[in-house]
Write a protein of this length. Structure first.
Length: 458
């Protein structure tokens, strides 16, 4: 039994106090439950009620105290011939039907956090990580109330910019642009509407745009007219982005203890950048009326960057483009979701070309396919692999322009998604050879094409 005090505010600001005793069973909502016995003592009442606020007695909030947490059993089955490691289980939230609470997933060997996230269309999912599922086997877990305090943070995302200075017009023989100058401090609002007349190398946003990472890889994209995606190689599984770009601003192009920016994007697509194919070349999102970007999630097991490009001129079609980038714990790959409000037939992405690389392609016989390059193409002249995974049914063509290997995709009702993955021979889990890269590709293809089945038991 728990005692709750309701504080009720009347139209004329007269307070009513209601003492409520509840004998409860598990329920999503006390106010809707038919299994609760309520005894109310109304101390004072008059006039029609217009607002209601409630507070739990002794400082315990009713729905987060754990008293209504339920336990669900989830059975996961891997029907593939290969084991799956560092897998993020994703279950539609409306299938679990859990009351509001903090949850963990528990099996015989570990306790892991449960997070609630959503995709670009707003569909909510419950996610949790699994370290290993052996081939042709199943495991059972309980989702129950609790917190996985000891579980490390394995993903991160941020938008950080300066305050205290001001933009000043800088004119040189080669450039005419606004730069942020003067004394400053860094702040992390994780939200930014890009200022008007904003351009590259403004020295305002830390490493020039949003950053996101897992324990395996880190990324950024330029939040300006370039809109190219860049890669940070990581020599450690620890979270590093909070410390990148704060001293010397762009010294991350040099090798550090943690790693470095190990890709040269230039005018190309880098890896996974958003573009439209104009018939001859891939054109990045370089012409929009305004841009808003924010961190949608910053969890232990998934982090997300959401960006909206208002008034993007895509080959003469002006539209609103939404982009959601997600990264999961234990994954080198980022997931890109795109949604437009107009019909675009030739959305594209790709990989920047390099003379030092070999091209790898799948046979496009599965639900998901890929294109990859491998060779001495990193900024540090190390062996680097770059991979794009795409839905085979959305593929229009694989082509190229002067700078890029291009994947042209046909959206389904304005929606398209793909993954992009880098590897590096100096990663803390190094990928030194083409065979090593193929192993990484096969692992991702296995989980994309042979998804783990999920069964929920009450």
């Amino acid at each position: 039994m728990i005692k709750v005090i309701f504080i009720v505010l009347e139209r004329n600001d007269c307070l009513i106090f209601v003492s409520l005793k509840i004998n409860y069973t598990n329920s999503i909502s006390v106010l809707k439950s038919k299994t609760c016995n309520l005894t109310m003592n109304i101390f004072r009442t008059r006039a029609k009620l217009t607002k209601v606020f409630y507070y739990a007695f002794a400082g315990q909030f009713l729905f987060s105290a754990g008293m209504f947490a339920q336990t669900k059993t989830v059975v996961l089955e891997n029907k593939a011939e290969k084991k799956i490691v560092d897998y993020t289980v994703e279950i539609p939230a409306n299938q679990l039907k859990l009351p509001i609470n903090n949850y963990v997933a528990v099996n015989e060997s570990e306790i892991v956090p449960v997070e609630v996230v959503s995709d670009i269309k707003g569909n909510a999912s419950v996610i949790f990580p699994i370290s290993t599922i052996m081939p042709n086997s199943s495991i059972s877990l309980n989702i129950q109330g609790g917190c996985a305090h000891k579980y490390p943070k394995r993903t991160y995302a941020e938008i950080v910019h300066k305050i205290g200075g001001k933009f000043e017009r800088t004119i040189t023989e080669r450039h005419n642009w606004n730069q942020y100058k003067g004394d400053f401090a860094w702040v992390k609002p994780n939200y930014l509407r890009v200022p008007d007349d904003f351009t590259d190398h403004a020295y305002y946003i830390k490493y020039e745009g949003p950053g996101w990472e897992s324990d395996k890889a880190a990324f950024r994209f330029y939040l300006d007219w370039r809109n190219g995606i860049d890669v940070f190689g990581k020599k450690t599984p620890e979270i590093v982005l909070p410390f990148v770009g704060v001293d010397g601003y762009d010294n991350y192009h040099n090798m550090g203890i943690w790693g470095m920016d190990n890709m040269k994007v230039g005018d190309g697509l880098g890896i996974g950048s958003i573009a439209v194919w104009d018939g001859e070349k891939a054109v990045r999102v370089n012409n929009a009326d305004s841009i808003v970007s924010y961190i949608k999630a910053d969890g232990k097991i998934r982090s997300q960057v959401m960006t909206t490009y208002y008034g993007w001129n895509a080959n003469g079609t002006k539209c609103t483009l939404e982009s959601l980038i997600s990264i999961d714990a234990g994954s080198r790959a980022s997931h890109m979701e795109l949604l437009t409000d107009k019909n675009l037939e030739n959305l594209a992405t790709g990989i920047i070309k390099s003379k030092e690389t070999e091209i790898l392609k799948s046979d496009n016989s599965n639900e998901w396919s890929y294109i990859a390059t491998f060779g001495k193409q990193s900024l540090n002249k190390d062996m680097q692999g770059l991979v794009i995974f795409f839905r085979t049914k959305q593929l229009k063509e694989i082509t190229e322009d002067k700078l890029n290997h291009v994947v042209v995709l046909k959206p389904d009702n304005g929606y398209v998604d793909y993954y992009f993955m880098p590897t590096w021979e100096l990663d803390w889990e190094p990928v030194r050879t083409k065979e090593d890269l193929q192993k990484c590709i096969d692992e991702v293809m296995n989980r994309l094409n042979k998804k783990i089945t999920v069964k929920i038991k009450e």
